[in-house]
Design a binder for this molecule. Structure first.
Ligand code: BEZ
Length: 187
């Protein structure tokens, strides 16, 4: 699959005709909600786990020196906690463009921490996308993040901002926090 997923996402018609759709955010959407939303709620999805396994050539790195950003990988029994946003469909055009580097929309059940659930959407960069970097030890991921920068800024800021946001929400994520710790030691 090529890097640019805008056209594929625009063909995703699952929620056509809906005036409002829930979107689950687990990465930059938690700390950078640069889009209008009607409401947001802490939430989680099941059987997926957050990993810094996606390469970023367009935001937090370059074509020749990609950074690493969050995606979700399937893991039976896992729970990924994040933030759900109730948005209008027009917002997807903005997000499709912002997250064009390999992320595809997937329909998913979103469970709200306050109770209840809704079917909504999540953007996932799967292992068959051209920018996928895959598993690596957390120390190696931290080294790559420490040395990467792109048009959206330092890769380090992405990781640290996400770790802070997760902590503020009272969430634990051993993978993210271990990378954060390595980054602090690399300084
Ligand atoms: C998110 O925070 O949910 C997200 C991360 C990367 C791309 C799109 C969305």
């Amino acid at each position: 699959m090529s890097h640019n997923t805008i056209a594929i996402n625009q063909r995703m018609d699952k929620f056509d005709g809906h005036h409002r759709v829930w979107l689950f955010g687990y990465g930059s959407l938690i700390f950078k909600a640069d889009f209008p939303f009607i409401e947001r709620r802490p939430a989680h999805i099941d059987n997926w786990t957050r990993r810094f396994w996606q390469g970023s050539h367009d935001h937090r790195g370059t074509e020749t020196a990609p950074g690493r950003v969050a995606t979700l990988v399937p893991q039976e029994g896992a729970r990924c906690a994040g933030m759900a946003y109730l948005i209008t469909p027009e917002v997807f055009a903005h997000l499709d463009h912002r997250e064009k580097n390999g992320y595809l929309r997937l329909a998913i059940d979103i469970h709200f921490e306050a109770g209840g659930s809704e079917e909504g959407l999540v953007y996932i960069a799967t292992e068959d996308n051209a920018a996928f970097l895959g598993e690596a030890p957390e120390l190696d991921i931290a080294r790559q993040i420490a040395s990467s920068r792109g048009p959206s800024g330092a890769n380090r800021d992405y990781l640290v901002d996400l770790a802070h946001a997760l902590r503020e929400m009272g969430l634990d994520d051993p993978h993210v926090f271990e990378i954060e710790q390595h980054l602090a030691q690399l300084d």
